[in-house]
Design a protein around this ligand. Structure first.
Ligand code: DX5
Ligand code: ZN
Length: 212
């Protein structure tokens, strides 16, 4: 299991040190939650702040857009060369076009599904993306309770991926901890995001407990 700690739960007063510490503690990717105050009722980082994380990070960035104008935000963050940029399918009229635009920047494109969005909604996009991110909370805030129906959803998505011969990986985000990690693993999940669970505990021990 790959682990991507969400910087949303870190201490912003020492952003650079937190980034260094989380990389040293064993993070595989650094998850960045970009919120615009419109798609979700919260406002987080712009590119200037993410740049200071990127400057000291030894791990690739995984940028999760929770915004209304996806194209604008892709253009805003592309120069940071993250490994992934993911956008919500619920907010995109032209997903094929945007996936290609992200790929043209040499960034791996990914799509996010809210807890109530079925996996079949991305069936016709599976050839064009590198990752599907399943939300296990409603997006907007860290520290929310895990929605268990994501387990069945991940299994269904895994079957779809196998049927289509897609190599895209499955990421799950929201309320992930040492209690639900084994069910996620069994369901075929490849990478998890963890915010409050990692930052409220010993970073190294918490990350290790998720690497199942
Ligand atoms: C929620 C964000 C998550 C969140 C995860 O909108 O996408 O990445 O920060 O935090 P926890 O692990 O605390 O649910
Ligand atoms: Zn996220």
């Amino acid at each position: 299991m790959l682990v991507a700690p969400s910087m949303l739960s870190c201490d912003f007063g020492k952003l650079e040190q937190e980034t260094i510490d989380i990389c040293e503690a064993g993070a595989d990717k650094i998850h960045i939650d970009v919120m615009d105050g419109h798609f979700v009722p919260n406002l987080t980082f712009g590119p200037v702040v993410v740049e200071s994380i990127n400057k000291v990070s030894t791990k690739p960035l995984d940028i999760h857009l929770m915004v209304e104008n996806n194209t604008f935000f892709v253009e805003l963050f592309a120069h940071l060369k993250p490994e992934y940029i993911s956008f919500h399918i619920e907010e995109e009229k032209h997903p094929h076009r945007l996936l290609q635009k992200i790929r043209d920047y040499d960034i791996k494109p990914a799509i996010v599904l809210n807890p109530s969005t079925p996996p079949e909604s991305v069936e016709y996009l599976l050839d064009n993306l590198d990752m599907i991110l399943l939300m296990s909370v409603n997006p907007g805030f860290g520290g929310q309770k895990f929605i268990p129906s994501v387990i069945e959803k991940a299994k269904r998505l895994k079957e779809l991926l196998l049927k289509k011969g897609s190599k895209a990986i499955i990421e799950v985000d929201g309320g992930v901890n040492d209690k639900n990690i084994h069910d996620l693993k069994d369901a075929g999940v490849d990478m998890v995001v963890a915010g409050s669970y990692v930052f409220k505990n010993d970073y190294k021990k918490a990350i290790k407990s998720l690497k199942v």
